[in-house]
Design a protein around this ligand. Sequence first.
Ligand SMILES: [Zn+2]
Length: 498
Amino acid sequence: MTLPPKKEKQQDPGRTKPMSRTRRFSTSDAGSRQRPATGPAQLLIKPGSQESRLLFGPGSKNSLIIDYRALLGLSKEDSQNYVEDTAERLAPDLDASEVMRLDEDALLRMTYGMSILDANPVDGLDYDKGIKALFRWARQSKSFPGAIELRFEREAAGASGLSKSLLLNDLPPLPDVTVTELGKIYNPTRVLQVPRPLDFRMLESGLFSAIRQFLDLQLARFEAGPGQQLDREPIERLRELAGHLQEYVKFSCGPYILANPDGPYFTGYDLSKRVESSESVQLNDELLLSYAMNVASYLGYAPEFGQRFVTAGFDGVRDANVLRSLMKELLTDTRTSEKVARLTRLSGLHFGGGTVRLNPLIPRNQDRIEARWNHLRTMIHEFVHVLTHPNFAAKADQIGQGQIIREGFVDLFAAVIFRQLSGDIQAHPELAGRFLADLGTFKPPTGDQMTTRYGDSGKKAESVLELVGLPNVSAALVLGNTGSIGLGGPGTGKGGDT
Ligand SMILES: [Zn+2]
């Protein structure tokens, strides 16, 4: 889809922004142009209409006005003028001369994207930043106005920050009483925000033996019987599934994920190119230590282990170094550190730069379809780490039970996406084809795959969800608005968004 070819505008290379002030876009001009653009058909979405609600999910008060009528039949020059003039009005300090260098497809996206921004004024939106982001998106995107399910419009609103501002403005502040309740969940061993003293002997007692037991149980799942070998999923297949997954999540899992202008959908991140086998991970002391800390944080709050972290008064902020030293000590035992190394190579992992590692081996007690669900479940979990906003992740080091942030919410969100994906796969043969066709058989996922994992930290995240609702959790995790889960600052529910 392109704008009609038009005589190149005579352009002074030294042309500066003020010149654009002399040219004003006028809608009445539009009809008089000789050649109509091959743009989309007229699309008018009224506030509250079914289509516009698609943008922000059921029950939302938000809707976008999308009215392209004035844009139909614009020449290339008209479009450039429209973008520049609108930019000047919305963000007077912005230099929008970049519009002259856009190719025809990008100019079309920019023109229609800009009209969405213009028709929907919203409080709290940084138009300067938003229009710059819209330019970046217009050059990189492959979508066009009129695509099914308003995909173009949803992308444009997400890229510019319009969706983010609308969604965040829609969230009422948390009542103080809720923020207090949430504080108790995040800091189980603090009384009025002050940590209880640490009982080191209580913390230490039985911790090493519990971790060793846990390691053996996990390793046993990957021991093939005598003379047998474990099946494996080719890494190429996992990469292909990753591509389908990223595309599915983009438009199917609520409006928040596509509302982060700095998130993976607007930075060129491609999950299918970032999936690697966990078997080939470069091991180092820090990686082993982080695995051991993870296991300890799981067992420390596990009822079957007597919730040792709680009874010992362990506080993740104050006592982080105590736990680190203990785990370093544990890893000086060669047999234990070898087991941790083997398990690290058998686990899903994510790394800061967006690399996701998955274990291609299929545990001996799983058939192919169970393994496929499991791979998808793990892949979603690791992808949620990629979706996680840095503001949100940073809160892990500021609360007593940081594991709620590090893994609890991540897995809760992963379970929500997985339940939806598995339901959609069962309802839509086309989707099933993409994710399961090569298996030639079907069986729904197990209950364990459908629920939040990570023990007590997952349960705590669920308690928070019950108190604040999924929109608030999504706004915190994906958009970094941590105030919406009561982590805006010491004892406040104010937003922590930057
Ligand atoms: Zn994780």
